[in-house]
Design a protein around this ligand. Structure first.
Ligand code: FAD
Length: 385
């Protein structure tokens, strides 16, 4: 049995590796000639880590991951710690560590595990068709490929989603802009082994350690969609948005490199329930696009890959039946993640200022138990427990 996998992002590569481990032959096609991930880094929560472990990348992932031993929220203006707690109870409960990793390194790990030379780069799919026995994908260079089934991991702007659903879906602007990048660790900004977040005014500034003595940083600011993006004013823009914020935030703005800082208008997609049409299945952001507010989009793509390979390998009523079983196991789980992230997004970014003010107050009494319980619940809902 052969699968065409469209997209060499986190979802496509995880799916291709998982399918090959389950005994399928795969061919991966990627639109771009060279991968340039949209964000600087990503936090892989233990549900995602368990998926990568199961796909044989345990040691490589650990080498890339930062040591996020503690978590803290600080007040925007005074910089005072609102709450700080160990992540150890989470690790003990779910049986695995979270790993923040640089995206380019995660991407390289996935691609090298699969085999870089085996991927068809510069192959943009334009159309797919299927018969009772197989699928055909057409590419913008005029070529075509045939296989028994096709996995569409072509991201949030998926072209294959329209084929599967029979209609287009609109992305929903979540109301805020995120700037992210990597910077050398400076402990006068935040401790090296801690996920530190400064909160106030519906904005946040966050730092997570990744390997190589680097912080993954991000700034969130509620803003209208479509403002011009200008690297030459990026630092001054941030200084304006974070005027009056604590010294570590100012030091971080001083330290960042505008040339390597990404600016992303954050979107999600209203969850839908159809991931499969016959022999074609959506996976990752193509199937469920979330805001990054609980750091689960990439993890959900890894979970999809594990479940896809499990269901196809374990059942014998044919590809269409196996794909429908994949859909049945993923629709509710991913809907839950998207809606949880949307809720967190609204509280963090002051969709209702009173609710956000109450959350800032709650943080002063937070011992870690409530926050970690919510995270454990999300993590343990994954396919590997
Ligand atoms: P993508 O990564 O978008 O990959 C799709 C691939 O398909 C691309 O390489 C693209 O070039 C290719 N492609 C597109 N169209 C075609 C075509 N027609 N033909 C061939 N190839 C095509 N997730 C987490 O788990 N933890 C986090 O901390 C986290 N933080 C985030 C922070 C930000 C700011 C953002 C924006 C997202 C974050 N996410 C996080 C979400 C995560 O990045 C995505 O969920 C994940 O990258 C989805 O992977 P994917 O493979 O489905 O899609």
């Amino acid at each position: 049995m052969k699968a065409i996998v469209i997209g060499a992002g986190i979802g496509g590569m995880s799916a291709a590796i998982a399918l090959e481990k389950a005994g399928f032959t795969t061919a991966v096609f990627e639109a771009v000639k060279e991968m340039k991930p949209v964000g600087a880094a990503i936090s892989i929560w233990p549900n995602g880590v368990k998926c990568l472990n199961a796909l044989g990348m345990k040691a490589s992932l650990r080498a890339l991951g930062g040591n996020m031993a503690f978590m803290a929220y600080n007040d925007a203006h005074s910089g005072a710690t609102l709450t700080r707690f160990s992540m150890d109870p989470l690790v003990q409960q779910v049986g695995e560590h979270p790993y923040p990793v640089a995206r380019a390194e995660l991407q390289a790990m996935l691609i090298d595990t699969y085999g870089r030379s085996r991927i068809g780069f510069g192959k943009r799919v334009t159309q797919v068709e299927q018969t009772a026995t197989g699928v055909t994908a057409w590419f913008d260079d005029g070529s075509q490929q045939q296989a028994d089934f096709l996995i569409a991991a072509d991201g949030t702007h998926s072209v294959i989603r329209h084929y599967v659903l029979g209609e287009s879906v609109e992305r929903r602007y979540a109301g805020y802009v995120n700037w992210n990048g990597l910077v050398t660790i400076d402990e006068s900004i935040a401790p090296a082994d801690q996920w530190t977040t400064f909160v106030g005014e519906g904005k946040r500034v966050s730092l997570m350690p990744v390997s190589g003595n680097r912080f993954y940083f991000f700034f969130d600011v509620p803003l209208p969609k479509g403002l011009p993006e200008d690297r030459s004013t990026l630092k001054d823009d941030l200084r304006g948005y974070f005027a009056g914020w604590a010294d570590p935030v100012q030091r971080l703005i001083d330290a960042i490199n505008p040339e390597t800082t990404n600016r992303v208008e954050i979107h999600d997609i209203e969850p839908f329930s159809q991931f499969v049409k016959g022999r074609v299945a959506l996976l990752g952001d193509a199937a469920h696009s979330t805001t990054p507010d609980i750091g689960q989009g990439g993890c959900a793509a890894m979970e999809d890959a594990i479940v896809l390979a499990q269901t196809l390998a374990a059942h014998s009523l044919g590809i269409e039946d196996g794909l429908l079983r994949y859909q049945a196991r993923r629709v509710e789980r991913t809907k839950d993640l998207v809606l949880k992230a949307r809720k967190r997004c609204d509280v963090t970014h002051a969709k209702d200022a009173a609710i956000t003010a109450a959350w800032y107050q709650e943080l002063k009494n937070e011992t870690g138990e409530r926050v970690l319980a919510g995270m454990c619940d999300t993590i343990e809902g994954g396919p590997l427990g």
